[in-house]
Design a protein around this ligand. Sequence first.
Ligand SMILES: C[S@@+](CC[C@H](N)C(=O)[O-])C[C@H]1O[C@@H](n2cnc3c(N)ncnc32)[C@H](O)[C@@H]1O
Length: 319
Amino acid sequence: MEDMHVADRGIELDDFARAVSEGLSREQKELPCRFLYDARGSDLFEDITVLDEYYPTRTEAAILEQCSPEIVADTPAGAMLVEFGSGSSVKTEILLAALDKLGVYVAIDVSQSALDDASARIGKRFPGSRIETLVADFAEPMQLPGREDASAILGFFPGSTIGNLTREEAVKLLRHFGQVLGSGARFVVGVDLKKDLSRLLPAYDDAKGVTAAFNKNILSRINRELGADFDVGAFDHEARWNDDKGRVEMHLVSRHSQTVHVRGEAFSFQSGESIHTENSHKYGVEEFQSLAQKAGWERSKVWTDRDVLFSVHELVYRG
Ligand SMILES: C[S@@+](CC[C@H](N)C(=O)[O-])C[C@H]1O[C@@H](n2cnc3c(N)ncnc32)[C@H](O)[C@@H]1O
């Protein structure tokens, strides 16, 4: 049946409906951020990555350009590169260009369209390379295709996607990645760092309104896929710093009191009430290393840019 699945992403529609119903029933209304990434959301995220205000992508890419020879020096021929939340895989190309005789690249994302675009582009640039794509929630148990043939495993988790999780959830997810990748696996993780709010907040609330469009797209998606009646124009995008939790939060703030219907359920909003849609936790370098250690990962190397805006960590799983 056509409407049993979210056509673009391979995620069960019922899972989406359940998450929306549960999230909008909470005292602080919230929606899981993975639902921001339908085809339109993935495209908007790519637009965000090239904005002047959005320092993380270009800073992380520059660090990767510099440290990739070191990262690949310990990677034998026939190794498997596994990327969680690969999106456009643009940063992966930096590693792929430096990696000699990679066995297979496994890209995992919830967005089918992002995986299709990325594998087509990478296949063209690196003809003959073996690429496997997995449409999956990376937090769920998974089997890596061709794992038994790999000479070594190198995990890759750029984009500070780890920052979308609370610190407690991040430990759990890192432990899960360790179990998926296996003992002795190496892991390269991009982590955004704490910094001045005058630099941080505009990265989540740009002058052109691209981040606002990215955030509001989740309401359009709920309307389209779940037949809801959100008046998208009646919500404002807001980026807030939560000092207690060390994170930037994205919210959608109701402009006035209103009632929204999703699959027959009514959700009322007071004027100024918000839906919390995303967290981006910020770390200190050592703070992240000790968090990774709690999950069984030993620190190996770390690289930052000159202004210490962003960090790239290399870890080894000893769990
Ligand atoms: C912040 S973007 C980073 C994209 C890319 N890695 C980069 O560095 O530019 C997060 C990516 O993770 C994916 N993603 C988010 N939550 C996910 C989940 N639970 N399982 C799999 N992919 C997820 C999104 O679809 C998106 O492509």
